[in-house]
Design a protein around this ligand. Sequence first.
Ligand code: SAM
Length: 180
Amino acid sequence: MDRYSDLLASVGVERGLIGPREAPRLWERHLLNSAVVVELVPLNAAVVDVGSGAGLPGIPMALVRPDVRMTLLEPLLRRSEFLREAVQVLDIADRVQVVRARAEEHREQYDVVTARAVAPLTRLAGWCLPLVAPGGQLLALKGASAAAEVAESGLDAELIACGDGLIDPPTTVVRLRRGA
Ligand SMILES: C[S@@+](CC[C@H](N)C(=O)[O-])C[C@H]1O[C@@H](n2cnc3c(N)ncnc32)[C@H](O)[C@@H]1O
């Protein structure tokens, strides 16, 4: 995680993937908030992180859960190239793959789909629910807007606080399950 943090603060900032103001607060605003979401991920799950950007939340989740097979899905060339480099540098290529594609054009299914800061909940659900295998779940990491987005969407979603007692504030996750 230290190596990933260093990579984001150097190459990530130089290439405009992370704002320079984020560099001093990477751990509390980005890495730990992402990592705690693993408490909702079953053992040995196949996970896809949609719109992974510089690897959030997918890379921290993969670093703390070596049992998980992680796909980082990112359509933009510059970002997907950074992700490929990060996977090499962090030596996690045996369990983390990078796919350059939009969610709507990706055809695989996964036990868990994650997304942070990608789209409003209704649009995100439209893109991501087809990627959720039967019995699986979509985990959308949301900020203060979470409850309002759920209410507006009319979707049957749960609001979950991840990392309660570990980080303050906890990460707000909107969970949508797909029936078995
Ligand atoms: C604001 S960034 C967030 C990146 C990262 N998840 C984070 O939290 O730092 C949104 C990302 O979603 C990606 N994205 C936008 N539309 C997408 C789509 N239809 N399918 C997959 N990724 C998409 C963008 O390329 C961008 O990298």
